[in-house]
Each structure stands twice: as structure tokens, then as C-alpha cells.
Design a protein around this ligand. Structure first.
Ligand code: FRU
Length: 503
């Protein structure tokens, strides 16, 4: 690698997907099929800013190493290909299958261009693949669902099998109305309106990229609940793009939420009380995979924020995806709450785990073993400290780094990237995100922190609270420092270096 290339590639993630030399945003069409995980995504095949929206494509067998594939569904003169989903049409309800082989059907938003007969509208269209998702044919009858609306998009389709019958259900947003609209279909071509959910809870920004899926509560298959996720831009709990979720019932027609705190438009004072998929600034447009075996619900988010997305200092590519998360549902004080954990496949990619270190922290304590890409498992007992935590991806002299701290008095987790490295490319970037955090029964806090060349992902409270943030440190920033202010704390930490195979 020559020096020019290595400078440009400073921030290329080791553990996350990023395109080779183009722009990406939302994950699309996430599907597991014949042993392969397919990650399609909003992609500009011709540059590294948001434009020419097409579906890019990458594949993986282990959810950690991704191989970029040719563009799957390119934009054309009439339309850009906005976000959507893919289903495996096992019974060939669409009739697109050949030789008894089930087709994959993509349901995407046609964002019509000036000059198109549908100019000024966004509508839902379909395309199919009979070669396992590598080449796609658009349906001649597109669009299959229009409301003649300029902001109707992001269809997430799944197979509903329940008391009301067996059929396809689509969740899509009317973005500026803060609503999720549900439709049903027998063949993925004709769609019938079912119901509307929203506005509710967070409405500080337009609603985008919904998802609706079923999960057992507390692993109890007799206690299934439905989860509606919807992304919102801007107005997130720490600014800009963010995702929220609701838990309730879906009877095949209507989703009823039992976690709504505000019916109608949001109460600005209650924003911290709503259920956020992630409290950080860089986990957006998250959606789940279809067709994953064993009842696993896997989600990926786009690790960026529309506030500054087109400006992050990466080149020639722009924007990574998050790690893949396993999502489950638990009861907390009688309320259903999502738990998110990085898939165990990430830990399985570990190449070295250092012995557990127990450290008494009063002031600053440098720790051996910091690297640019690692997993940090830490349990903190705050003792008399007002704030205790660690600075990751720090400079050798300790003046720069990303601060991840706990303030037990305020029940707060803080991820401060104001001195994380390059922050000057956009005024909204230098920031400190805060999330509510609770101590375990013994008064300690356990965090899993995944550090990569341009990100930190913090999983706290057993995955009930996550904070995902982009950072742009120099490659030489690898130091790790424990710190406390106002008193003495104890920390037990274990460092794991992670490497991945070439896909
Ligand atoms: C969300 C979003 C979607 C849209 C896509 C366009 O980030 O705005 O609503 O389909 O991006 O790229």
C-alpha cells in the first residue's frame, strides 16, 4: 500500500462493512438465503455523496466479513431506487419463480425523477431474482402501490402467519405525516390498505424505514409480542437521525402499541422517556433481516447521521454499517424492552484475549494493550467517584481521545467525542451523547465497547442501552486510559483483539 492510499484509508473499518470506493446509506433488502447473508444498501455507484440512489450489494457467511458484489438494482432515467426489503417467496405467490425454485422479491421505493410519468411521487415497486439475489429484473407493472404522495416510502415486507390468515404485510411510511401504513397482499403485486399507526412518541423529525416483527418476551414462545421500529430524522435524543421502537400486538390488520407515552405529536420534555433503538448519533435506518433461521432477529443500522453524513472525512468510500445486532425482548419493571447484542460471530472473530485486569482508579490510569480495533469488556464499581470511565483511541500524551464515562449520581452514560480526533469537518459533529443507565444489583456497571478505525459502539445494561458514534482518530491513537473524577473507583477489564478473515 503506498502512502497516499494509506492516508486516504485511515478510517476504513476492520469489523464493519463499508463500500470499496462509493457512498452508502440505509441497509436494504437484508435477507438470509441458501447459507448467505445478503446486505443490500442505498448506494451511489458513481460517487461518495448521496446521489444516484441504487441498491449496492454485499454478501457474508459469518455476519462479520462482507464481500462487495456488483450493484444489484441501478437507478435509471426514470427513478432512483430508494430503501426497501426482500422476501423469499417460498410458495411462488408472485409467479416469478422458475423451475420450481423460489424467487427472491425486492420491494423498493421508486423515487421518480423529473420527466417520469410519475414525477413528484414516491411509490412502491418490485423486482425479482432467480439467481439467489445477484441479478434483478424490474416488474413491468411497477409501481405496485402508489398514493400519489411525494413522501411514501421504505416498504418492509414480511409474511404474516397468524389468526387472521397467511399473507404478505408491508409497513411503509408517510414520512411527513409521522405515520406507518400497513398493507396486505397475496401476490406482492396487488396491495390492500390495512391500517395506520402514528403519530406517537418521537416526532421531532420525519419518519423513515419502519420494520415490524414478532419476538418472544423473556424467551417465552407462549408470550409473543410485536415490535414496530421506525427511524426518525432529525430529532433524535442526542441530535439528528435516530430510531425508536414500540412494543404491542399486531392482529393481522392493526398494530396496537402498549409502550406509547404520547399519542399524536411528541412532548419535547418526554423525548428521553421514549424507547430509542440507540442513544448515539450514528445508528440510523436500522432494519432487520428476513428469513433468518432459529427465530433470530438480526438488525443492522447505517453508522452515520444526516446532520453531517455527506461530510465525514473518509475517502474514497463514505459511511460504514454498524455491527450486526441480535435483538430480543425482555421485561423490565413490567415493561417490554428491546435488548441488543452484537452477534456472537463478532466475538468468535477474536484473535487474542488478554487476561482480566483489576484496577483501582483514582485520577488517570493508563492501561497496556490498547489497539485501534478491539473489544473492551469492562465492569466498573464507581465507589466514591463522581465520574468514572475510560478514554479509548487516545493519543500517547493523553490530550486526545473518546471519553466513555458513567456518572452514577445522574444515572448517565456519556460518550464524548469532542476531542476524538478530526471533528472539524462539520459543526454538528463534536458532541457528547448521554444515555440513561442503571447499575446492576451490586452497584456495578458492565459495558461492552467495540472500537474500530472510525467508530465506537457501547452496549450497556446488558444491551438495554446502546450508544453508537463515529469517531475519526489518527491511526496512531491507540492508547487506553481509565479515569475517575471526584473519588476512587474499581474497574475490571478485559481486552480482546479482533481480526477477520477475508470474505
Ligand atoms: C433514510 C432515507 C430513506 C430513503 C433513503 C434515500 O435515510 O431518507 O427514507 O428511502 O434514505 O436514500
Amino acid at each position: 500500500m503506498n502512502s497516499v492510499t494509506s492516508t486516504l484509508e485511515t478510517y476504513r473499518p476492520a469489523m464493519h462493512y463499508a463500500a470499496k470506493d462509493t457512498w452508502l446509506n440505509d441497509p436494504n433488502g437484508l435477507v438470509f438465503h441458501e447459507g448467505i447473508y445478503h446486505l443490500y444498501y442505498q448506494n451511489n455507484p458513481f460517487g461518495n455523496v448521496h446521489s444516484n440512489m441504487s441498491w449496492g450489494h454485499a454478501t457474508s457467511t459469518d455476519l462479520v466479513s462482507w464481500k462487495e458484489q456488483p450493484v444489484a438494482i441501478p437507478c435509471d432515467d426514470a427513478e432512483e431506487i430508494y430503501s426497501g426489503s426482500i422476501v423469499v417467496d417460498t410458495a411462488n405467490s408472485s409467479g416469478f419463480g422458475v423451475d420450481g425454485k423460489a424467487p427472491l422479491v425486492a420491494i423498493y421505493t421508486s423515487a421518480y425523477k423529473p420527466g417520469s410519468p410519475h414525477e413528484g411521487t414516491q411509490a412502491q415497486s418490485i423486482a425479482w431474482s432467480t439467481d439467489g439475489g445477484y441479478t434483478w429484473t424490474k416488474y413491468a407493472g411497477n409501481p405496485v402501490l402508489t398514493r400519489n404522495s411525494p413522501e411514501f416510502r421504505d416498504p418492509k415486507v414480511f409474511r404474516y402467519n397468524g389468526p387472521a390468515g397467511s399473507y404478505w404485510v408491508m409497513a411503509a411510511v408517510e414520512a411527513h405525516a409521522f405515520t406507518v401504513l400497513l398493507y396486505r397482499s397475496e401476490d406482492l403485486k396487488k396491495w390492500e390498505y390495512l391500517s395506520t399507526f402514528g403519530p406517537a412518541n418521537g416526532t421531532g423529525g420525519i419518519w423513515e424505514c419502519p420494520d415490524l416483527f414478532e419476538l418472544p418476551l423473556n424467551d417465552d414462545a407462549a408470550a409473543m409480542k410485536w415490535v414496530l421500529t421506525v427511524n426518525m430524522n432529525p430529532g433524535g435524543p442526542n441530535g439528528g437521525s435516530a430510531g425508536q421502537y414500540f412494543v404491542g400486538e399486531f392482529d393481522g390488520v392493526t398494530f396496537s402499541s402498549e409502550t406509547t407515552l404520547t399519542e399524536g405529536m411528541q412532548d419535547p420534555e418526554r423525548v428521553p422517556d421514549y424507547q430509542w433503538l440507540d442513544w448515539g448519533r450514528d445508528y440510523y435506518a436500522a432494519v432487520s433481516f428476513s428469513n433468518v433461521p432459529d427465530g433470530r432477529r438480526l438488525m443492522i443500522g447505517w453508522m452515520n447521521n444526516w446532520q453531517y453524513a455527506n461530510h465525514i472525512p473518509t475517502s474514497p468510500w463514505r459511511s460504514p454499517m454498524s455491527l450486526v445486532r441480535d435483538v430480543s425482548l425482555v421485561s423490565v419493571n413490567g415493561q417490554p424492552r428491546l435488548v441488543q447484542q452484537p452477534v456472537p460471530e463478532v466475538r468468535a472473530a477474536s484473535i487474542f484475549t488478554a487476561p482480566l485486569q483489576r484496577v483501582t482508579v483514582n485520577g488517570q490510569v493508563p492501561v497496556e494493550g490498547g489497539t485501534a480495533v478491539q473489544l473492551i469488556d469492562i465492569t466498573i464499581t464507581p465507589g466514591s467517584a463522581e465520574e468514572v470511565g475510560l478514554v479509548v483511541r487516545g493519543s500517547a500524551n493523553g490530550t486526545v481521545g473518546t471519553r466513555i464515562g458513567i456518572r452514577p449520581g445522574n444515572g448517565e452514560l456519556i460518550v464524548d467525542r469532542t476531542r476524538s480526533g478530526d471533528t472539524r469537518f462539520h459543526e454538528a459533529f463534536p458532541s457528547s451523547s448521554r444515555a440513561p443507565i442503571a447499575a446492576g444489583q451490586d452497584g456495578s456497571y458492565t459495558l461492552q465497547i467495540f472500537v474500530d478505525h472510525c467508530s465506537v459502539e457501547v452496549f450497556a445494561n446488558g444491551g438495554l442501552v446502546t450508544v453508537t458514534e463515529l469517531i475519526f482518530p489518527d491511526r496512531t491513537q491507540t492508547s487506553l486510559v481509565l479515569y475517575s473524577t471526584g473519588g476512587t473507583a474499581d474497574a475490571a477489564l478485559q481486552l480482546t483483539n479482533i481480526g477477520k478473515k477475508e470474505a
